[in-house]
Design a protein around this ligand. Structure first.
Ligand code: CAA
Length: 385
């Protein structure tokens, strides 16, 4: 497929490593994991050994210290094999890791960032709540200072990898009911599952990404040491939003990987499937579909890699570019997987072929880490700025 920004030799090598790993460790099991809603915990260690859980983390903190495009190239390969594994890798690398790397103290980096980069601690992110989704700053989980600790009470929802996470970046209110400060009254806390009062709540029964556990986290008087507060107690929401820009690039890479897998399956099927005396790929109607799919995937990847470069260059356009990449790639994934099911016809609707799963997996990319509607709001705000 057309690659508008050819990769460097190092990026091609990382791509090969990711593809070989996925072919050996993920592809043979992916459909069964989906059927069983099974999370393969062994993958955390294996991805850690490859360095894939610290791709953006500096080498002094046991990461690979790579640029964002290289990270996204690897993530696309993992996503093309299994979107559930990809979301674990994306959330870990993007949200808790970025928050710690950018806003954490030296002591926090030594304690958490290093083992996270090695794959010894899996990271999760807890911003959303049952009544605070798109309007994330409306969260109500409360943190109250008590001596050298903070006491946290509340329920977090949609926590990716929640049951297996060793470290969770939790956003909680630090303002008081008498003096609410909105988005500027929230702190970010490093919560570990060993703390008394921490429990994993309801596990969601999802349409797709069934091999990635998504749970509620219940915080019932959890006593978090003050040393686990990230930076300024009123800035946790802003830290989370800034880290979401990297997160949105990860989800866009996941979406490109899903779309590419659906496209590859459709191309192969169109060559082998015969109707009316010829392979269906010889029909212009199928050619038009495949051409449109290829064009949109190439455009999505080009926008994604341009947005990644903007992020690494600290460009003022980086926030808007991340939202554009996430918006365009996720809508591409949904569109391409829908077309792929159509190319397969009835066989696209059953679990014997891969596109049924890819279609289900694609949908969430338009929803999490900011819905397509939220991405349009972020883009519009920058247009008016
Ligand atoms: N990048 C950098 N800073 C950002 C930002 C971004 N993308 N979005 C907001 N901010 C900053 C703002 O600049 C502001 O800081 P200042 O006061 O210094 O200017 C601060 O954050 C507050 O922002 P707003 O006043 O704009 O806040 P708002 O309440 O109006 O919300 C919003 C804006 C765009 C709607 C935002 O709430 C949003 O993005 N909502 C979507 C929530 C979301 O993406 N949730 C993801 C859940 S995590 C998940 O899905 C992970 C998973 O497991 C897969």
């Amino acid at each position: 497929m057309l690659d508008l920004f050819p990769l460097t030799e190092e990026q091609r090598e990382i791509e090969r490593v990711a593809r070989d790993f996925a072919a050996a460790e993920i592809v043979p099991y992916s459909r069964q994991w989906d059927r069983d809603s099974y999370f393969e915990i062994a993958l955390v260690k294996k991805l850690g050994d490859l360095g894939f859980l610290g791709m953006l983390t500096a080498e002094e903190y046991d990461g690979l210290g790579l640029d964002t495009v290289t990270y996204l190239v690897a993530l696309e390969e993992i996503a093309a094999a299994d979107a559930s594994v990809a979301v674990m890798m994306s959330v870990h690398n993007s949200l808790p890791t970025q928050m710690l790397a950018t806003f954490g103290s030296e002591e926090q980096k030594q304690r958490f960032l290093k083992p996270m980069a090695r794959g010894e601690l899996l990271g999760a992110f807890a911003l959303s709540e049952p009544e605070a989704g798109s309007d994330a700053a409306a969260l109500t989980t409360q943190a109250v200072r008590d001596g050298d600790d903070w006491i946290l009470n509340g329920t977090k929802s949609w926590v990716t990898s929640g049951p297996y996470a060793g470290v969770i970046l939790v956003q909680a209110r630090t303002d008081t009911s008498a003096d609410r400060k909105g988005a500027r009254g929230i702190g970010a806390f490093i919560v570990t599952p060993d703390l008394a009062g921490f429990s994993v709540g309801k596990k969601e029964d999802k349409m797709g990404l069934r091999a990635s556990p998504t749970v509620q986290i219940v915080l019932d008087g959890v006593r978090v040491p003050a040393a686990n507060l990230l930076g300024d107690p009123s800035m946790g929401y802003v830290y989370a939003m800034r880290s979401l820009n990297a997160g949105r690039l990860g989800i866009a890479a996941q979406a490109v990987g899903i779309a590419r897998a659906a496209f590859d399956a459709a191309v192969a099927y169109a060559a082998e499937r015969r109707q009316f005396g010829q392979p269906i790929r010889d029909f212009q109607g199928i050619q038009f579909k495949l051409s449109n799919m290829a064009t949109r995937i190439s455009a999505a990847r080009a926008l994604l890699h341009a947005a990644a470069r903007a992020k690494d260059a600290n460009a003022s356009s980086a926030k808007q570019a991340a939202s554009m990449a996430k918006l365009f790639a996720s809508e591409t994934a949904m569109w391409v997987t829908t077309e792929a099911v159509q190319v397969f016809g009835g066989y696209g609707y059953v679990k014997d072929y891969p596109v049924e799963k890819l279609f289900r997996d694609a949908k969430i990319t338009e929803i999490y880490e900011g819905t397509s509607e939220i991405q349009r709001i972020v883009i519009a705000r920058e247009l008016y700025a």
